[in-house]
Design a protein around this ligand. Structure first.
Ligand code: RIB
Length: 320
């Protein structure tokens, strides 16, 4: 294989069944929705598309069912310029699906049945060694089996981003220690650390606990409050301020837009500070919440207004 990649995703591909509702339903309640659409999703593939739209050379290692959804999903990834040589269609397994409700205020709730994604095994890491060997950044999530994910992190020699979503209560130590960057949102940080994470100062406490648990560099995304991070080598914790958002339409996939964009900016700007990459990724995520859908809401680089050299991007931040 002579092709080289900026960003490789080892992770999930899921088809989203999205209902738009006035508000999220209560337990036992039936609500009338206003619209239904299907879309291509799954945290792994979403992150891949976010990076590809911004101009990264991307590949995904994943599993789909050998069903009409699987075939059309693989074609769609190809059309976005993603290398799908290591995306298999599995006989007898259904493509992963997500049932998503999106409320008028942009909030969502998601249930996933991962189906074929469960067939991603450690052997797929070995079979993709050439592809992984060319990549600058690897991204993993938690919608595919843990054993395979740990194997991918262990074997990768570039910068790896572990997006521990959806979160696990008893997270294996290897997921923390083999990732270069461990990235979670406030809900995931709370579940993993068993701390309350609602304010920036509570997020700081969770970040320190994650580093005590074995993580190196940690990023906690905080939605409309921006993000906080600390690198492995420096004791300082930085709060990156959020971007202005006129109207939140749909938050589904905003975290994936952030992670894919972060990987893109890290891969393309080796001399840029992590702070600038996070700030630029914040902008991409802020753009995505202002449009409906998951992948449909991710911008192309020209739409972002960001400078090619991300180190020139002026961000607002503070030590906390
Ligand atoms: O992060 C959003 C994604 O979560 C959706 O696309 C859905 O497929 C679930 O994986």
């Amino acid at each position: 294989m002579s092709e080289k990649f900026d960003v490789v995703i080892f992770g999930s591909c899921i088809v989203d069944f999205i209902s738009y509702v006035p508000r999220l339903p209560k337990v036992g309640e039936t609500l009338h929705g206003t619209k239904f659409v299907t879309g291509f999703g799954g945290k792994g593939a979403n992150q891949c598309i976010a990076a590809a739209r911004l101009g990264s050379r991307t590949a995904i290692i994943g599993k789909l069912g050998n069903d009409p959804w699987g075939k059309s999903y693989r074609d769609a990834l190809r059309q976005e310029g993603v290398n799908v040589d290591r995306v298999d269609l599995i006989e007898g397994e259904s493509t992963g699906i997500a049932q998503i409700n999106v409320a008028n205020n942009g909030d969502n709730q998601i249930v996933i049945v991962v189906g074929a994604n469960n067939c991603l095994k450690p052997v797929d890491v070995q079979a993709s060694s050439q592809l992984l060997g060319t990549a600058k950044v690897l991204i993993c999530q938690l919608e595919t089996p843990l054993e395979a994910t740990i194997e991918a992190l262990k074997s990768f020699s570039g910068i790896s981003i572990m997006n521990a979503a959806p979160a696990l209560e008893n997270i294996p130590q290897d997921l923390l220690k083999y990732a270069t960057i461990f990235c979670v949102n406030e809900t995931e940080a709370a579940l993993i650390t068993d701390l309350q994470v609602e304010t920036i100062m509570q997020a700081k406490a969770a970040l320190l606990k994650l580093q005590n648990m074995g993580c190196g560099t940690v990023i906690i995304t905080l939605g409309e409050k921006g993000a906080i991070f600390a690198t492995k080598s420096e004791a300082k914790i930085i709060h990156v301020k959020p971007c202005q958002v006129e109207r939140v339409v749909d938050t589904t996939g905003a975290g994936d837009a952030f992670i894919g964009a972060l990987a893109h900016f890290i891969a393309g700007n080796p001399s840029a500070e992590l702070l600038q990459c996070i700030a630029a990724a914040n902008k991409v995520a802020a753009m995505s919440v202002q449009k409906p859908g998951t992948q449909t809401s991710f911008p192309r680089f020209q739409e972002t207004g960001l400078p090619r050299d991300v180190s020139l991007y002026q961000s607002e931040w503070e030590y906390i």
